[in-house]
Design a protein around this ligand. Structure first.
Ligand code: HGY
Ligand code: MN
Ligand code: MN
Length: 412
């Protein structure tokens, strides 16, 4: 019977964490960056060393296939995986767990000569964290990447996707060629840390994801008037930063009051221009995101926040500009996959619980083209997107073992 090799699993997680490792712990490994490209080369070596076929598609997605090295509608595959890119000052498990555990499972199946009926492939999707555009690699693979947006996709610091990909040896314009043929994926299941505290607080070792939140991101820019910070009377100022500050506070209250308890919002990026202390800010720019498992609530909140920006701008004598950056719809995970995960957990004597994912994932793109689902393991203290993100070694092994059983059942 195929089984996970714990030392190899933990060894690869530790090895991957060295790419972009920070002195005080944690990892910064943005997609297409030198540490990310070194990690890609390492992963391709590990896949080949595991006796699998290794390849990269035009969107930079990495694949490891058991007895297969391409996608076709004639041979639908069972696909697992996640991402090896990280947020700045992130942890060593977000994404990495699903790639390394997926590799471990496919390799264990190969070594056990279990030869399942359906081929198995493990994936590492490009730029899941969306430094240049959310869920980039899995969007390209699933055919919902808007190719017309590629030339103007850029990071918050202004670096263009086209330039970052070129530096890593990729032609961004070819990314849409990564689209998989219809019917190429029979089932997709991704192992991921919960990145929240629900499983740990409930003492449940395995989470069965039933739905994944929708995420909207917009660039909200307030155009005021740069002026001398000393000589301009307060009543005459058209201060773009104060408009942005009022927007950030009131948008948060609006989402909390009108979105219900499962809607959340965040402003994680703020720029003030010209950005020196003796000039009244002429321009202030925010990246504002909202999330909710209900599509209509998300739509309503999006519209309400745009109206709020205009109301504040009019009141303060500045101009507001709201430009959508990305919108990922909430999805339901396939009942078939949820059941397969529950059955695998039950066979291992592990309690499981269904829950929605409050984080976005590549699985919500795969859900558009295949039966897709996710397995969660508890995050210590619910910590994630921070350097002290962690899960117990035993929890990691349990997650990988449930993934292995699930893949075998789906590929049978
Ligand atoms: O932001 C998210 O939800 C995910 O971690 N990319
Ligand atoms: Mn992730
Ligand atoms: Mn993440």
């Amino acid at each position: 019977m195929a089984s996970v090799v714990p030392d190899r699993l933990h060894g690869r997680l530790a090895a991957l964490a060295r790419f972009g490792a920070l002195p005080g712990g944690g990892v910064t490994r943005p997609c297409w960056s030198p540490p990310h490209e070194a990690a890609r080369a390492w992963l391709l070596d590990e896949i080949a060393g595991a006796g699998l076929r290794a390849w990269v598609d035009p969107a930079g997605n990495v694949f490891g296939g058991l007895g297969i090295d391409t996608f076709s509608g004639e041979r639908p595959v069972v696909l697992t995986g996640s991402h090896i890119d990280t947020v700045p000052e992130g942890g060593m498990l977000d994404g990495a767990l699903g790639v390394i555990a997926g590799l471990e499972c496919v390799q264990a199946i190969h070594e056990a000569k279990a030869a399942p009926r359906r081929p198995l492939i493990v994936a590492a999707w490009s730029d899941e964290e969306g430094r240049y555009g959310s869920l980039f690699g899995s969007r390209a693979f699933c055919g919902n990447l808007d190719a017309t947006r590629i030339p103007d996709m850029a990071a918050a610091d202004g670096e263009r996707l086209v330039d970052a990909m070129a530096r890593a040896g990729f032609d961004a314009g070819r990314a849409p060629l990564a689209r998989a043929p219809a019917g190429a994926v029979a089932a997709y299941v991704e192992l991921h840390i919960e990145q929240g505290a629900r499983l740990e607080e409930a003492g449940i070792p395995i989470g069965v994801v039933d739905s994944i939140v929708g995420v909207r991101r917009a660039r909200v820019v307030f155009h005021g008037q740069a002026d001398h910070a000393g000589t301009t009377p307060m009543a005459r100022r058209r201060d773009a930063f104060l408009a942005a500050a009022e927007y950030a506070l009131r948008a948060r209250d609006l989402v909390v009051e009108r979105g219900g308890e499962r809607a959340v919002t965040n402003v994680g990026v703020a720029h003030v221009h010209p950005g020196v202390s003796n000039i009244v800010p002429g321009r202030a720019e925010l990246v504002h995101e909202m999330r909710c498992p209900e599509a209509d609530t998300l739509e309503a909140l999006d519209g309400a926040c745009e109206g709020l920006a205009r109301e504040i701008a009019a009141k303060r004598g500045v101009r507001a500009e709201v430009r959508r950056l990305s919108a990922t719809a909430p999805v339901a995970c396939a009942e078939r996959i949820q059941r397969a995960v529950e059955e695998a957990a039950r066979a291992l004597g592990l309690p499981s619980r269904r829950l929605y994912s409050a984080a976005g994932h590549d699985a919500q793109n795969l859900a558009l083209v295949a039966d897709a689902g996710m397995i969660f393991i508890p995050s210590q203290g619910g910590r994630s997107h921070r350097v002290d993100e962690a899960s117990d070694a035993a929890a990691i092994e349990r997650g990988a073992t449930v993934l292995l059983r699930t893949l075998l059942a789906l590929a049978a």
